[in-house]
Design a protein around this ligand. Structure first.
Ligand SMILES: Cc1cc2nc3c(=O)[nH]c(=O)nc-3n(C[C@H](O)[C@H](O)[C@H](O)COP(=O)(O)OP(=O)(O)OC[C@H]3O[C@@H](n4cnc5c(N)ncnc54)[C@H](O)[C@@H]3O)c2cc1C
Length: 467
């Protein structure tokens, strides 16, 4: 096998992949279509351009985004290095001067003697004879390449997705108000789940509203500040994923007959159907996080936290992710990708970035690093070094490859993605200190400490030269 890799897309993921491979002595042909052809959101020809916010979320060590940064740093992340060099004051968050950030990434890519940066749009997947290819063309992948990918993955496995609802941490839900029930007491099972022992997805938590509570809530929602859409986004709305505030514009009862309909739900406290209800669906098997079903929104972040805390049971909600809405192309990764991010139908093509169904700048970059590590192992004919489950990288990779996830949706890194069983030993030690209930802070600290150890072991393994 030749000692070179083609990378398509010089965004967050593609630049990370190219940078890591090049620094490992592997020649990279990196293809980028901008500025000749821009996407709907990109504005420049710079590598690593940030399309929206300039924030990379929290840099606090005891946080899931903080842990991801720790792990990326251990693996020599270009995005992290550039972010630290171009950071601007933003409290606990790592935020950057976006122009300086992209200029620095571009310079590092251009100056690397092992990277050949080509300008041009790739319209179809390369042949296996051309060697390994990392496809990192992002959520705005153009139609020609999408079509080519679709042929390999099968039409049904290629999504066009437009909405994200907030996710709330289970411990912060007041379960003396939110009650578990399925509509009409039914249990539901996604038809694609064959394994009887897997998801029994019927267990919703339901937040019941009185008439007065509903009216207070919709009043606040109607007045909430909205993010103004970019012109192209206006064209892309689908009826099925309309933001809730826009549904409300159609009439004050639209929500009560839509995502907040109470039919078939009986509040055990009153023995009656509430006036309206918000359903919360578990995000993971440990039920440590729940999403607000049908609550895709374009409200500004601060407004979401304020207004959604008016929902009965969510008065003290801690949001692991807030809602957003934009075009977002991604593959049904658990079904179309192998656990080394390669396409099941074309092993020579590895996917990286948002197109794999991770969500966020650093999450995208992180999968670029992983794709590079896996590609290097393949070139050297070594076993694929997967990161441990008890790490942020391992959790992201598990998200993309867990076949028990029938309704695959993009996720940014959050503690809800970490698989609790990976920390069983750490928690059992904590149980001795807190026999009744382990405080959330202590749990998270234990998870981060264990994840850091796992990340150190991983970095030691994959940073060796030659691997
Ligand atoms: C409108 C919008 C707003 C977003 N806002 C945020 C946000 O605020 N915060 C956040 O964390 N995440 C945000 N995201 C999600 C995501 O983190 C970013 O899209 C991120 O840039 C994804 O990284 P990536 O490397 O996968 O894709 P990108 O950074 O988009 O990189 C893909 C690259 O591939 C190039 N390309 C595409 N097709 C081809 C082709 N056929 N041939 C050659 N080159 C090609 C593109 O020009 C681009 O440079 C947003 C996404 C969108 C769509």
């Amino acid at each position: 096998m030749k000692n070179s890799v083609t990378v398509v897309g010089a965004g967050l993921a593609g630049c990370e992949a190219a940078h890591r491979l090049a620094n490992r002595g592997i020649t990279v042909d990196l293809w980028e279509m901008r500025p000749t052809r821009l996407t709907e959101a990109h504005k420049t020809g710079l590598c690593g351009e940030l399309v929206c916010s300039n924030s990379f979320k929290s840099s606090q060590p005891i946080s899931a985004p903080g842990q991801l940064k720790y792990e990326m740093g251990k693996l020599g992340s270009l995005a992290l290095e550039a972010a630290l060099q171009t950071s601007v004051a933003a409290g606990d968050a790592l935020a950057v001067d976006r122009d300086r950030f992209a200029e620095l990434i571009t310079k590092r890519i251009r100056d690397n003697p092992n990277i050949r940066l080509h300008s041009g749009e790739i319209t179809s997947l390369p042949d296996a004879a051309d060697g390994l290819c990392i496809l990192a063309t992002g959520p705005l992948t153009g139609e020609a390449l999408s079509e080519s990918l679709r042929k390999y993955t099968g039409q049904d496995h290629f999504y066009f997705y437009d909405a994200i609802a907030p996710i709330v941490e289970a411990e912060s839900i007041d379960q003396s108000i939110a009650f578990p029930a399925n509509r009409y007491g039914r249990t539901s099972r996604h038809p694609s789940v064959k394994d009887e022992a897997s998801l029994d997805s019927g267990d919703y938590l339901n937040c019941p509203f009185t008439r007065e509570e509903y009216e207070t809530f919709i009043e606040a929602l109607a007045q909430g500040q909205r993010v103004q859409p970019k012109s192209f986004e206006k064209l892309k709305h689908f009826e099925g994923c309309m933001p809730i505030e826009e549904m409300l514009d159609r009439g004050k009862d639209t929500l009560r007959f839509g995502p907040m309909k109470p039919v078939g739900l009986v509040d055990p406290r009153s023995g009656k159907e509430p006036y309206a209800a918000v359903q919360l669906r578990a995000e993971n098997s440990s039920r440590s996080a729940f999403n607000l079903v049908g609550f895709q929104t374009k409200l500004k972040y601060g407004e979401q936290s304020r207004i959604f805390r008016l929902i009965p049971g969510l008065g003290h909600a801690e949001f692991l992710r807030l809602g957003s809405m934009h075009r977002n192309t991604f593959v049904d990764a658990p079904r179309v990708l192998n656990s080394d991010l390669s396409l099941k139908s074309a092993r020579h093509v590895l996917l990286a970035g948002q197109i794999t169904g991770v969500e966020g700048y650093f999450e995208s970059a992180a999968t670029g690093i992983l794709a590079a590590i896996f590609a290097e192992a393949r070139l050297n004919q070594k076993p694929i070094p997967t990161p441990e489950l008890g790490s942020a990288l391992g959790s992201l990779l598990f998200h993309t490859s867990n076949p028990r996830n029938p309704d695959y949706q993009p996720h940014g890194i959050n503690f809800g993605l970490f698989q609790e069983e990976a920390f069983a030993e750490d928690f059992s030690l904590l149980k001795r200190k807190y026999p009744k209930k382990i405080p959330k802070e202590a749990r998270r600290e234990a998870m981060v400490i264990a994840s850091q150890r796992a990340a150190d072991r991983y970095a030691e393994r994959v940073n060796k030269l030659p691997y």
